[in-house]
Design a protein around this ligand. Sequence first.
Ligand SMILES: [Mn+2]
Length: 382
Amino acid sequence: MPPNIGHHIIHNNPKHTHLFICHISWFDSSQIYVLLILKVSTMSFLAAVNIGRRGIRRFSTASKIPKSLEGGQQRVIDAALGLVREQAKLKGEQVRALGGAKATTCLLGVPLGHHSSYHQGPQYAPPFIREGIWHGSSNNTTEAGVVLDDPRVMVDAGDIPIQELRRCEVDDDNLMQVVTDSVKVVMEEDPLRPLVLGGDHSISFPVVRAVSEKLGGPVDILHLDAHPDIYESYEGSIYSHASPFARIMEGGYARRLLQVGIRSINQEGRDQAKRFGVEQYEMREYEKYRDYLQNLKLGEGVKGVYISIDVDCLDPGFVPGISHHESGGLSFRDCMNILMNLQGDIVGADVVEYNPQRDLPNGMTTLVAAKFVREVTARMSK
Ligand SMILES: [Mn+2]
């Protein structure tokens, strides 16, 4: 039976905080009184108070690499960036040699999944999605007739070696910076535009940061998701996959953020939306907004439109291979109507949260994630 705390007194002195909890009685009034004295040093007390912001996960993943060896970590980071840079450069040269492209979609895999709060698995997604794009069950042409195996339409700069960096204990701040720098490296190669294959949703923050910083101003974001992903922090992590849009909005990287498909939201999600001026279109009211959402015009007066697709925006009946099965979602055709009618200059995109570990043995969700990639490519390239 839980104790009923009668009263407590906190004494402070310069060196230590003494917390006395006295007069604890049981609900059953069994005449048992317990006196507890907790002595907590000021430092650890303050550390405990700060955990919510600083992040339990960040403490527990603190690098064991000594300061003197950080130069070695930097060499690995440089090599990782160099690999992405050389691939992007080659693909840029290839597209420019062919000529005639104003915008070419460049795939970039970010196999990062450790910011997931529930099931792990999205870190394994990029190679599956690539396989799905070229799957033998379909052909090389999108619904609107765009031919994908033309390098002026789509090229691939490979994966950022995220897991290799993690094995070198590169911390989250640096990891997110590598993602930002990699996206910028792709954008250096005109006319390449990044379409990022996640990965959990945490990667949208460093990707949008890169797009906005590189273009020199904010973008409008169309975000399809069951969840608003706008917690200030989640389970102590500011980089959680539940928080990227808080980081994006506080960074000033987006003017408008439209969230579509929302059906798992609590008061904090609504409060944060209000705080940042986010436009949330919840599934319970979808019929009301259907016409508006299927005729969007975005990105005017800013640097363009960014599209972030969490595949769990779809009803789980369409996508078993996701971590969070939230019923009552969009159909694939709903999404297609939104994407195909969208007017605006699409400057970057991501498809995230596909979890191959949860998929059916026939890889059903792979093909859905891949079709998102194919159809967004058709809209972004020109
Ligand atoms: Mn989601």
